[in-house]
Design a protein around this ligand. Sequence first.
Ligand SMILES: Nc1ncnc2c1ncn2[C@@H]1O[C@H](COP(=O)(O)OP(=O)(O)O)[C@@H](O)[C@H]1O
Ligand SMILES: [Mg+2]
Length: 401
Amino acid sequence: MISPGFPREMQFFTRGLREQGARVVGLGDQPEGALPAVAREHLSAYLHVDSFQDEEAVVQRVVDVATRIPLHRVECLWEPYLVLAARIRERLGLPGLTVQETIPFRDKEVMKRLLDAAGIRTPHHYSATTANGVVEAAETIGYPVVVKPIDGAGSESTHRVGSREELEGILPGLRSVPEVSVEEFVQGEDMTFDTLAVDGEILHESVATYIPRALDMKVNEWISPITLVYRELDQPELAPGREMGRRVLEALGFQTGYTHMEWYRTPSGEAVFGEIGARSPGAGLVDLINYASDIDTYAGWAECVVHGRFTQDVERKYNAAWIYKRARGQGRIQRYEGLEAILSEYGESIVEVDLNPIGAPRRDWRRQLVGDGLVVVRHPDLERTRRMAERIASHLHVVAG
Ligand SMILES: Nc1ncnc2c1ncn2[C@@H]1O[C@H](COP(=O)(O)OP(=O)(O)O)[C@@H](O)[C@H]1O
Ligand SMILES: [Mg+2]
């Protein structure tokens, strides 16, 4: 298991593997003492590397270890090391995605070209490696466009560009980005399609929406981002995205594990492809998926990987939403405003409140998606869940000073 303790979720996947009967060898750049306790307790051994920078050196370390400890699978759910995982698999002759099969999940241009060939609706797109190339692509597509790194994450260095002047304004900031995607800007909502699959067959699926769109929450500090997991998947609004998701997994030859796809739902109801990762969704979306059905997809993922099945009973009970809060003001957290009213009004539907403690320094919302804390609500009715989430977004304030 590569990076068994970081990000936070990885410890629970690691535990899942152990509970499914696997002996888990961790490979990570965190010192053993810095691993979260849950990860440490469920590892049979831990191989510490100072850094993942020199991939070949890391592969060689694992190959050496494999002469003493027989390794049967290499798993990784942390985006930066997916190719490394594939390289180790290839070297050891183990099952799972190869390097060739992993690259389309890492390079957003290769990804979209493959999906175009499969007849899937992607945004009109070009790759560019020079400032002139970006301008040329943008003018061919027509404004507004989106410019983003081909291997970006968390909307980092991602821009919506409305005109040539705006484009000239952002080009200097992109000098450090070797290759970008220039895309048609697709109007609509940001949606996800998250799956657990075995041998290409989807055994569990979930759909969520980001409110507002990920790029809007990234550029506006005052926004409290909401993510909402749908209870009811069999509604017509979600059908085009689910159908697209199946075709995408097939086109990319995904086999076993967690996947996280993003798609855009246009005002006319069309699904347009966004991106896909051969990994679990980040930022706590796994927890939200679990809350929606009272299931454990950490363990469920491990069951898929270790035993090739997913046997949890899934009763879709709730729509589940998180609301992330960003403190108002600078300095230390002074108080929470509106918390009591929200607890007394929605108490039964609130399953988690985890706010940055009073007295703690406010966090950098640009670096930590969760900002200064979160509230999680769930309810069987979609509209009620959405209304509660929106009300918490607008009426709960974490105040720093
Ligand atoms: N072609 C596009 N049209 C509209 N919005 C886009 C487009 N591409 C990206 N975005 C916005 O930027 C966000 C981040 O882009 P994405 O490709 O998902 O990269 P990341 O890996 O950073 O999440 C998306 O969730 C969406 O809000
Ligand atoms: Mg994204």
